[in-house]
Design a protein around this ligand. Sequence first.
Ligand SMILES: [Zn+2]
Length: 171
Amino acid sequence: MSHAGTPQEAHDGGDAPAVGGSPPGAGRGSGSWASTPAIRKTMLGNRSRDTAPELRVRRAVHAMGLRYRVAVRPVPTLRRTADLVFSRARVAVFIDGCYWHGCPEHYIEPARNVDYWRPKIARNRERDAETTAALTSAGWRVLRFWSHEDPHDVAGRIAATVRTARSEPGS
Ligand SMILES: [Zn+2]
């Protein structure tokens, strides 16, 4: 499984960077991966979209005949964008990058700037939890997956949730 997702574009203006995988060199002790202006700028950016794991999930979900919106706010007044949004079914899906969201299997603390990155990742996780709670209380079903998870497995779980949601009266 590749973890080579590259942050590409920033949006939302929030404080939640999210990319699909580990930055180059993360955990190798080189400490150099945040050293170039371009990489650092990207890492300081906001939630990225169109990462490789996310694209694979989107393709798989699309192939199952489900249609969704990408990188929109499930609840317009709540300044949080989900990666896949099923508006009618009220299902919001997040594909959390293993690095930025602190995946227990893959997050490796960088060798340098620990004082910067540790609280930053912790804030991301707090923000993830807040987003889930806010959307849930607004009547949405929230699904979160790690970017390392099998895209077809993820797509199957998304489809099952969307179908359940659609089958419920008043949902
Ligand atoms: Zn992971």
